[in-house]
Design a protein. Structure first.
Length: 693
């Protein structure tokens, strides 16, 4: 760790104009020290630079004028109401500034003050601005900060005022600017055609003009990306050079036997990914790979390769899935494939009986379980592994980074493969999964026909039921999905349960209707899923427990109720429950969507079946911060940069950061390195990069 005697990390509390009350409010804006103030960037800017003569301003427009205070007066009205008014004149006319119920304003101005007023001009009996922004000029050449220029506007909390914060930041800049050190190597500044940090800071807050603001922003955005990518580059480098993992052979009798028994020909994308995984696992550096592929593209079988390779050398492997139903499905399928090879597969989910669980946990501890498939239950403290060599996380976007790391720490540098059906655009991938290698399955297995998607309203419900009856006769199976909203869980369960009764009794009395939701007992869930898989249930009414991973190839129709309540990725995931076999499949969205965003989501569903396109639209609608929701604890918070708008700078910054680490691989060891201090100041969560192993 680098030590710093930097004055900028002193608390902002000791600045002039910051009292104990102010500092509490500033803290709410995450402003703690002087540095935080300097790097508290404006949310937007207002152009108040265009000064006009009073006889040239127009009523109804926002204008800025400069003149002298000619008269001022405070009038008391009925009750406790007051009006304070000043007349400001230049050599062309007079304009009034008016403040209601702010009697203290009379102490702000003096006769003959040189002032600037800014605001929307009204005309009553005279020209007037209500509650104008104002500034009193001390001498002719003093910098104005609140008016008469491009003015920064900051995000605020309740008891911090725009004027106060603006003045405080201005004073802090004036006083402490010299303490800000340039941390970016000259070379990089030159390559990117970037300005110095001081100039950038000055212009990001108080730009002289819009051109200067633009280049200041460019520098600040570049910095943010660069520092993040720098941390990622260090992580990746450490992984390569310093961590010794397991060298698997990835060949032998068991693998050969497994390959021979495959029920289908692999797609060429699948083959390529298997090559990637084999290459990683043969290497002493631990595998750290993200496998992304659209719903139904066949990720599971690819991961089984890794499982077999691991078990073949008597290491243990963990496969973690976000729901019990999915964990069970994997357990059945993988057991069936691997038991004949003499590989022992066990299941660990929280819904199991206590005794069963204890048995499995002791098997894991004694290395009597080769492959353990489960849910979050796998990361409990009580689960201790004898020889954990590989972890696979399915539907990774449903987990947080913390959970991944927790599982990882149960082994000694195990290989890691995470899989996700929410393909993310490259720019997001290099920000969030920047230290991982990425493989992608783009093509779906052959023989699938594209799913047809419809958006219907309540009026069409009856017609749709008729269509379902016909389709069920032709041996199709159907999902009907209800949303669950955390705040009204009980209510929503009722909706699903009620619909189930209604279907069974009134609408589809001749068919088999099933119900599944998260609150059901483990046994019941297991039972109904098995009956659905065996074709003994025609219509499965479900909550979002079936959202991810479930694979019942004969199911070919999915009806999504209240489709407007689902996110776009979620809708796409749900749609992925069908279209898994050769039958023509349908996804029907039932919704009276009113909001614009909801309409955009539903339209996107109709317009494309491509998960990558869906992800891009989702990112656009929700913005990068929301895209992952709260689960993705690993998503760094960006203050000024935006991975969508600033793609180019992101790529440039990444390139520079990675080539810097290549040139100076031991930069981490350097005492007082400026880049490292800067990175930790901005992204303190990267501290762990420097913790002793
Ligand atoms: P996902 O990528 O969504 O996890 P799965 O691994 O569940 O997809 O695979 C979806 C379905 O496609 C499964 O029924 C699986 O057996 C089947 N499948 C996978 N690969 C192929 C292939 N190459 N040819 C035919 N079917 C395949
Ligand atoms: Mg899957």
């Amino acid at each position: 760790m680098t030590k710093t005697t930097n004055i900028l990390i002193q608390s902002a509390q000791f600045l002039k104009g910051v009292g104990p009350k102010n500092i509490k409010s500033l803290n709410k804006l995450s402003i703690f020290n002087i540095r935080d103030l300097l790097f508290y960037f404006p949310r937007r800017y207002e152009d108040r630079s265009n000064l006009k003569k009073i006889n040239k301003i127009s009523v109804g427009s926002v204008e800025t004028v400069r003149g002298r205070v000619l008269t001022m007066g405070l009038r008391r009205l009925r009750g406790r109401k007051t009006i304070f008014q000043i007349a400001v004149g230049d050599d062309s006319g007079v304009l009034y500034g008016t403040w209601f119920n702010q009697p203290y304003m009379k102490n702000v101005f003096k006769m003959n003050d040189d002032v600037i007023l800014h605001g929307k001009v009204d005309r009553y009996s005279k020209l007037q601005i209500n509650s104008p922004e104002y500034e009193i000029l001390k001498s002719d050449d003093e910098d104005t900060i609140h008016t008469g220029r491009i003015v920064p506007v900051y995000s605020l909390v309740a008891d911090v005022y725009q004027r106060y914060l603006r003045s405080l930041i201005k004073r802090t800049l004036d006083t402490y600017m010299d303490e800000v050190m340039e941390f970016m190597p000259c070379e990089i500044l030159k390559n990117g055609d970037l300005i110095g940090i001081k100039q950038a800071l000055l212009n990001i807050h108080f730009p002289e003009d819009f051109k200067k603001l633009e280049i200041a922003r460019e520098r600040m955005i570049f910095d943010e990306f660069f520092l993040l990518q720098f941390a990622i580059a260090i992580k990746k480098h450490d992984m390569k050079e310093n961590i010794k993992g397991i060298k698997f052979k990835m060949r032998g009798a068991q693998i050969d036997k497994f390959e021979k028994k495959l029920p289908f020909e692999l797609t060429s994308d699948q083959k390529n990914v298997i090559k990637d995984i084999q290459g990683d696992m043969r290497c002493v550096k631990p595998m750290n790979r993200l496998l992304q592929g659209d719903v139904g593209s066949g990720k599971t079988i690819v991961s089984v390769w890794a499982l077999v390779g691991c078990a073949a050398e008597k290491y243990q492997a963990a496969l973690m899935a976000p729901t019990e139903i999915l964990a069970r499905q994997h357990y059945y399928n993988i057991t069936e494939m691997l038991n004949p090879l003499g590989i022992n597969v066990v299941l660990l989910v929280s819904g199991m009986k206590k005794k069963e669980k204890e048995e499995v946990i002791s098997k894991i501890a004694e290395n009597k379980a080769d492959i353990v498939i489960g849910t979050h239950a796998l990361i409990q403290d009580s689960v201790v592994w004898k020889k954990l060599g590989l972890i696979i996380i399915d539907e990774q976007h449903k987990f947080g980074v913390i959970q991944r790391v927790k599982l990882q720490k149960k082994g000694k540098a195990p290989d890691v493969l995470v899989m996700s059906a929410t393909p993310i655009p490259r720019t997001l991938a290099i920000t969030v999964y920047g230290d991982m290698d990425i493989s992608t399955i783009r093509q779906l297995p052959p023989g699938r026909t594209p799913i047809e998607t419809y958006w219907i309203s309540e009026k069409k419900r009856k017609d749709f039921y008729a269509f379902l009856k016909k389709k069920i006769k032709e041996k199709n199976q159907v999902y009907v999905v209800y949303p669950i909203v955390e705040t009204s869980k009980v209510l929503d369960l009722k909706a699903a349960a009620k619909m189930y009764e209604h279907f069974k009794q009134d609408v589809f009395p001749d068919n088999n209707v099933g119900l599944i939701h998260g609150r059901m007992k483990d046994e019941e869930k297991k039972d109904v899923m098995q009956r659905f898989l065996a074709g003994k249930v025609d219509i499965l009414v479900a909550t979002t427990v079936i959202e991810v991973g479930i694979d019942v190839p004969n199911a070919s129709i999915i009806l999504i109720e209240h489709a407007e309540r689902f996110g776009l990725s979620q809708l796409h995931q749900l749609r992925g429950r069908v279209g898994r076999g050769t039958k023509k499949s349908y996804c029907v969205l039932l919704s009276e969507a009113k909001s614009e965003d909801a309409a955009k989501r539903l339209s996107a569903m109709i317009n494309t079946n491509d998960g990558f396109k869906i992800a891009e639209v989702d990112l656009l609608i929700r913005g990068p911060g929301e895209f992952f929701g709260t689960r993705q604890h690993g998503m760094p918070e960006l203050k000024i940069a935006n991975i969508l708008d600033d793609r180019k700078l992101l790529l440039a910054a990444r390139k520079e950061a990675f080539s810097l680490i290549e040139q100076i691989p031991n930069i981490k060891e350097e005492k007082d390195n400026l880049i490292i201090s800067e990175m930790l100041a901005r992204f303190p969560q990267n501290q762990d990069l420097f913790s002793v192993r």
